[in-house]
Design a protein around this ligand. Sequence first.
Ligand SMILES: Cc1cc2nc3c(=O)[nH]c(=O)nc-3n(C[C@H](O)[C@H](O)[C@H](O)COP(=O)(O)OP(=O)(O)OC[C@H]3O[C@@H](n4cnc5c(N)ncnc54)[C@H](O)[C@@H]3O)c2cc1C
Length: 333
Amino acid sequence: MSDRQGVTVFGEVAGDSLAPITLELLGVGRTLANQLGQELAVLFVGNNITTAAQEAFVYGADKVYATDAPMYANYMTDSYVGAVENFDKEHLPEVLLFGHTAVGRDLAPRLAFRLGTGLTIDCVGLSIDSATGLLNKVKPVYGGNAIASYVCEAARPQMAAVRPKTMTAAVRDESRRGEVTIFDPGLDESVIRGKFIRKDVEEAEGIKLEDADVVVCGGRGLGGPEPFRQLEELAGILGGAVGASRPPCDTKWCASSCQIGLTGKLVSPSLYIGIALSGSSQHQAGMSGSKTIVAINKDEEANIFGIAHYGVVGEYQKVLPAFIEKCKEMASQ
Ligand SMILES: Cc1cc2nc3c(=O)[nH]c(=O)nc-3n(C[C@H](O)[C@H](O)[C@H](O)COP(=O)(O)OP(=O)(O)OC[C@H]3O[C@@H](n4cnc5c(N)ncnc54)[C@H](O)[C@@H]3O)c2cc1C
């Protein structure tokens, strides 16, 4: 029998609070731990994070660990991988969960390699198989056209990175309290091979793209920066945010922070409207989890129609103004 026990979540902090992905991981982690009849733990790595880490108890954690020191103030791959690796060796979790976030996408694969185990990224469903007791990991494949299930039979820990906004967040329970345990991984700064230069904090105007419930996304077919004003207008009416495929970001028609896809942001809004973009697999990697997908494209063969729930074949110059007018009319009713 394995010496490993319990579910551990890698926690992320946003400012002085727990990041939304951490609440989701605590939600699904609690369910998995209950199914296994084992404990749910969280590990935070950072600087001055112990107060925020304390909050994890209120959201269902049985144990909370913090690696809290100045050398962890900024995310650096070497120090964070080393810290979680040493935590794993000491605490031996059976299941180790990450967010499929900027940090998780960098950290989890390297860690899996170091630990000699498997990792399933971009998971949209996790459960314990009642027959085998193994973690069943579900994720979209082929650009969201199929769903695949994975289990890790031999290696441990069983690792998964969870796509944001796909799990039910843990609910606050003020009656839960506990003491954060400081975990010292025994590393010094010499492990860090990179150099931290600066952190650029994105100006947050309006709703953040990753958090938006409606995303209005433009592609190369818009032909320039001006049409993005129309997209902003539509997003404003629908209470959403503007996104883009890669070409408009590369050509500076819009901010690079708008990019959705493999090398951009991951969004899972209730409504995604893709305008004059083809729906490449790299773009779909960032938006295929959207609940309802609407596409406007002049080419009826465009890939995006393969995953769209609703589509309009036509020049956006004709379709979009009418679409905006209709949305305005409906919003005013
Ligand atoms: C390693 C790697 C990573 C990548 N990462 C990303 C990523 O994160 N995100 C991303 O988006 N891409 C990414 N790409 C690029 C990707 O491969 C595609 O090139 C890109 O998504 C295409 O963008 P697009 O759909 O806007 O442009 P196109 O593929 O050129 O499509 C433009 C579409 O607009 C339509 N159109 C043109 N005029 C009109 C009109 N007047 N009215 C209506 N429709 C019109 C056309 O029919 C066409 O379908 C990556 C590529 C690589 C190699």
